[in-house]
Design a protein around this ligand. Sequence first.
Ligand code: PEP
Ligand code: MN
Length: 259
Amino acid sequence: MNKEIFNEKKWVVIAGPCAAENRNQILESATEIKKTGGDILRAGIWKPRTNPDNWQGSGDIAIDWMVEAKKNTGIPISTEVKDIRTIDIALCADFDLLWIGSRNAQNYALLEEIGKQTSDKKIPIILKRGFSSSLDEWIGSMEYIYKNNPNVILCERGIRGFSPDTRNILDLQTAYLAKQQSGLPVVIDVSHAAGRSDLITPMAIAAKAVGFDGLMVEVHPTPATAKTDSKQQISLDDFDRLIQTLNRIPDSRTIYGKK
Ligand code: PEP
Ligand code: MN
């Protein structure tokens, strides 16, 4: 891959579990997501948790599961890198796309480092928006990566609000401004914005209809037993229904003329 995966031809769907929990979960997710039409498999390997006593992800062993999933199905693989050590590991394992999570969105040393370490291969780097970042802060963070690797994709994943009804507020307004101002692709992570599975389909429809470049969505073979974010993950069957629904929504990226 695949540095061309985010291009004007295709609306990109990045799907998979919040966290890689075991080999079977990853292999099953990869097979079904690929069959359904997902473009890239996602799974967190090193989970940034609010409390150090919480489960921190499967760690390095999960690299093997992701690599095996790619080998079996051909689906490109992606994960979140948490620090400089994990950048090295993911690059050695030939991951096709890496992302910087919301909690690290203003970790300038890490942003600069990932740009440097990917400057030769120019693999795509997704920069999630910090959950309290303004547009300028988000764009400024992007530039730390961009100066060494311009293959950056922005990801809106919701900002902190006041209401307990949803985990975050999906801020399509600022996401749209980010797309206009940066000229970069923007994908929408509906799962971390909503925090609940019943909002995934309507918000994904909105993201596609507005003209964003793709979707990130958490999909798990058995959401109820997921070790992390169980309320917001959708089943493989629901993912299939989501993709069928989205196939009926026009790709709106060309409506505004040039991206
Ligand atoms: C994730 O995508 O696994 C994640 C932790 O998301 P965020 O950084 O947006 O909270
Ligand atoms: Mn998650």
